[in-house]
Design a protein around this ligand. Structure first.
Ligand SMILES: [Zn+2]
Length: 240
């Protein structure tokens, strides 16, 4: 499969006016094919295999929330990435699932061509199927490159989708508990910045630091960033 994809990518490179023989591009079709195979490996993955032996009998009926699960997927309309985080909760009904399995279930569906609405529903439905809990809630917050780099070019808007099943949908008290837990824990641990370009070490990555500051701080810094972008000011100095 990789070979066929690589061949097509080579043709695309020519079609956009590039020379696929030049040094930097010679291996690109192969690399891309490999990357694409990984990014769509969810088609071959099986949730049942993943949760095998990781479901345990447990009497608790208290809400379990795994939040801030990193999510990277490809939008099926443009084949461009969308990324963000997923929050997954469930109310056990005699069974619990190994916590690390939840992010892995997320990946099964993220590594496919997706729309955010569908992946949200698929994760919820699969959890419902494999542990038959009283209820499931999935919230996904994501940035879509197809919106940010092209089209409307809305760099700071993100999309939130949710799917509530079982008593998390029907019992207002339970869903209220879920949302308040989600809010409470956000304040404590939400240090990460999901701005369009966010890097882990802003000091060494110039655009990381710029956009990070720009999103969080007021108009003064935003103005500095604008000037940096238009080349009127040295980046590092402007941030000091
Ligand atoms: Zn798209």
């Amino acid at each position: 499969m990789q070979q066929k994809i690589a061949k097509s990518i080579k043709a695309i490179l020519t079609q956009i006016g590039e020379d696929p023989r030049r040094e930097g591009l010679v291996k690109t079709p192969k690399r891309y094919a490999k990357a694409l195979e990984y990014l769509t490996s969810g088609y071959q993955a099986s949730v049942d295999k993943i949760v095998n032996k990781a479901i345990f009998q447990e009497k608790t009926e208290d809400l379990v929330l795994v939040r801030d699960i990193e999510l990277f997927s490809l939008c099926e309309h443009h084949l461009l990435p969308f990324y963000g985080k997923a929050h997954v909760a469930y109310v056990p009904n005699g069974k619990i699932i190994g916590l690390s399995k939840i992010p892995r279930i997320v990946n099964v569906f993220a590594r496919r061509l997706q729309v955010q609405e569908r992946i949200t529903n698929q994760i919820a439905a699969e959890l419902m199927r494999v542990i038959q809990p009283h209820g499931v809630a999935v919230i996904i917050e994501a940035y879509h490159m197809c919106m940010m780099m092209r089209g409307v070019e809305k760099k700071n808007s993100f999309t939130v989708t949710n799917c509530m099943l079982g008593n998390l949908k029907t019992d207002p008290q339970v869903s209220q508990q879920f949302f308040s837990l989600l809010e409470k824990t956000r304040a404590q641990n939400d240090e990460r910045d999901y701005s369009p370009v966010s890097f882990s070490s802003p000091k060494t990555t110039e655009f990381g630091s710029v956009l990070k500051v720009g999103r969080r701080d007021g108009p003064l810094l935003k103005d500095q960033i604008r000037r940096v972008k238009s080349g009127k000011k040295d980046l590092i100095h402007s941030l000091r």
